[in-house]
Design a protein around this ligand. Structure first.
Ligand SMILES: Cc1ncc(COP(=O)(O)O)c(C=O)c1O
Length: 352
């Protein structure tokens, strides 16, 4: 049976070039990374730091671990941090900032990831008041997953930087898909990252590595992040085996490939929209398509039926289905998906 897996860009398999790189590894390319002795990991971290425009970088096991070591490095237990209300750190990282970091979490509302700064100002605690915990960190997600892969523009990040400086906050970027943002706008990734103290990006999403993420920032920040990674059990030994894929993933050609995913997301959105159903789809800016159902229905039944038809997807709320395009999905898969999704939705939703 033909399966098109649009659940996430995390389901990608490595490219032939990645396999080739893995096969060509020799013992001399491997070392103990906890001791900083794995030449391949060191190469990857240097390459990532340069590309992202930061002093240093650290290879971590996952995006979740990368976000957590960043928060731990930039705060103290008892601090309050500002997270966007639909952000991955707030919704999907098991409350680790509170559980492990001892951090108070305050959420801020946004319009597609962009905060309303006046409102944001009211969330900052009074540092002089001995009754209040200090607000010390502000986090932004880009592209924003639950808002449909939208790009938070570099000018907005600049405003966030100014806001953070004014209020003595550290600024963290959950840039799990920051290269989608850069490619989507056609600007260097540093246009985003230059405004933040720390950034996490994933190798294991659109960049299609099997494992791993990168955290980047100042040398001092990375020194601390490395300690926290060890504390969290993320100190790896001969990690060249997984890091080698990242060296391919960070090549310009491979980053540019994300354009294909964005093109496919647009085709998918346009195709589904052509069915004239009671749904709403915002024009995708990157590789995520969110279909909002405008009629009350059992969304799980729709997902199950789609699964039976070979289209795998997730719902992100009771009314929104998310489809993510990625490496391994081609235009033909998109046409097939459009037909299956259009027909399935037609069975569950009533034409207006
Ligand atoms: C925006 C965002 N941040 C962080 C993560 C966490 O990445 P990981 O699954 O590697 O822990 C994800 C995963 O989907 C994500 O979408």
């Amino acid at each position: 049976m033909r399966i098109v897996d649009l659940r996430s860009d995390t389901v990608t398999k490595p490219s032939p070039e990645m396999w080739e790189t893995l096969r060509s590894l020799e013992n001399s390319d491997l070392g103990d990374d906890v001791e900083g002795e794995d030449p391949t990991v060191n190469k990857l971290e240097e390459k990532a730091a340069k590309l992202i425009g930061k002093e240093a970088a650290l290879f971590v096991t996952s995006g979740t671990q990368g976000n957590l070591v960043s928060l731990l490095s930039l705060t103290n237990p008892g601090d309050e941090i500002l997270l966007e209300e639909l952000s991955h750190i707030y919704k999907n990282e098991v409350g680790s900032a509170a559980r492990i970091g001892g951090l108070m979490i305050r959420t801020y509302p946004s319009i597609k990831g962009v905060p309303l700064f006046d409102q944001l100002q009211t969330l900052i605690r009074d540092k002089e008041d001995i009754h209040e915990p200090p607000t010390t960190l502000f986090s932004v997600e880009n592209t924003h997953n639950y808002h449909g892969g939208v790009i938070v523009q570099p000018e907005v990040l600049k405003d966030m930087r100014d806001f953070s400086e004014k209020n003595s906050l550290k600024l963290h970027l959950d840039g799990a898909r920051i290269f989608n943002a850069a490619v989507g706008l056609g600007v260097p990734v540093t246009e985003f990252t230059k405004h933040v103290d720390s950034v996490m990006f994933c190798l294991s999403k659109g960049l299609s590595c099997p494992v791993g993420s990168i955290v980047a920032g100042s040398k001092e920040f990375i020194k601390s992040a490395r300690r926290y990674r060890k504390m969290l059990g993320g100190g790896m030994r001969q990690a060249a085996i997984i890091a080698s894929f990242g060296l391919i993933a960070l090549e310009p050609k491979w980053i540019k490939r994300l354009e294909e995913d964005h093109k496919n997301a647009k085709l998918l959105a346009e195709g589904i929209e052509s069915y004239d159903l009671p749904i709403n789809i915002d024009k995708p800016e990157t590789n995520i398509v969110i279909v909002k159902l405008l009629q009350k229905t059992r969304i799980v039944k729709i997902l199950n039926q789609l699964g039976k038809e070979g289209i795998l997807s997730f719902n992100i709320s009771k009314e929104k289905i998310r489809f993510v395009t990625h490496y391994g999905i081609n235009e033909d898969d998109i046409q097939f998906s459009v037909q299956k999704i259009g027909n399935t939705l037609s069975k569950f939703l009533i034409y207006k």
